[in-house]
Design a protein around this ligand. Sequence first.
Ligand code: NAD
Ligand code: DAU
Length: 328
Amino acid sequence: MRVLVTGGAGFIGANFVHWTLAHRPEVQVTVLDALTYAADGSSLAGAAPLVQGDIADAELVDRLVADTDLVVHFAAETHNDNSLSDPSPFVRTNVMGTFTLLEACRRHGVRLHHVSTDEVYGDLELDDPARFTESTPYNPSSPYSSTKAASDLLVRAWVRSFGLTATLSNCSNNYGPYQHVEKFIPRQITNVLDGLRPRLYGDGLNVRDWIHVDDHNSAVWAIVDRGRSGETYLIGADGEESNRTVVEAILRGLGQPEDAFDLVPDRPGHDRRYAIDSSKLRTELGWTPQYGDFAAGLRATIDWYRENQAWWRPQKAATEAKYAKVGQ
Ligand code: NAD
Ligand code: DAU
């Protein structure tokens, strides 16, 4: 089976390539990635051929899709804070890029798995017992999440109108190796390693539903193997934690007092809480997460960043300079 992985030099895509090669020796992977600031070719460690290119480049995409059996589509602009300072690449890549892939898949009769986010559903109150399900109405808050919502709707329409074979997944917050230092957990770990104080937005009480990246990727394979075309599957591992609790755990894990953080100005439109009900994926497709213990997964992630400073250090100063400009 030939699989084209878009965004395979980013955080989840690179972990997907490694997971696939470890668990699916019969699969031939090719990566298509524009190598934006968010990518690092070294995350792939030569594990799969990498084509540097844009998913909105119709000619290139057509050629690659013609030569594959399945597209697993991770490529996107992904950082909410960046989408607030400049939404334009988000519209281009997330909407036009997905459209370009859909058209190529339609022309060549190739199946697509579209990787999306729980943020399309908006947010929940802290004291709300509800969690997101596949029937929660779309209500995205940020330019990032609204462009992901748009891309999901395009995929659904291509299935219904053109008979494209496609599945969708909407996952909660991932953590693990190779995540860019702009994101919450790597930013705070690398801050402490650099002698800087972690930075919590607002009151620090916002809740995210954490899942190890390998659990996300095993779920994507479960959907590729057994999912029904046109269906959406929510991916989550019951990992709700407040941002403050996570920062305290990072500080403890690195031998610092657990109150050695700063509260900084909040993200505009900041979603309060995400929580996933992944019953459909578990009961229909028989998937279960392997990393049930978030504290243990976080300790392993701290160790990874401590031991792989050469991987993240080149990005750190520029990332912090960008945050400093907006007082975060
Ligand atoms: P990332 O930012 O680490 O990586 C994105 C990758 O896409 C990069 O390698 C980048 O170079 C590539 N890319 C960007 N624009 C491109 C373009 N025009 N053409 C080709 N490649 C391009 O992102 P990530 O965190 O690995 O997220 C991957 C996917 O998973 C995204 O679709 C995201 O919406 C989704 N997702 C992420 C999370 C999370 O917690 N990180 C959770 C749920 C869903
Ligand atoms: O829910 C899935 C989404 O998770 C993905 O679709 C996105 O691509 C991914 O970036 C992530 O979005 P978030 O906005 O939740 O992640 P981020 O790492 O930016 O922030 C996580 C939480 O931590 C959020 O409540 C904001 C807060 N935060 C973030 C940073 C960078 C801080 O308090 N301080 C920080 O320095």
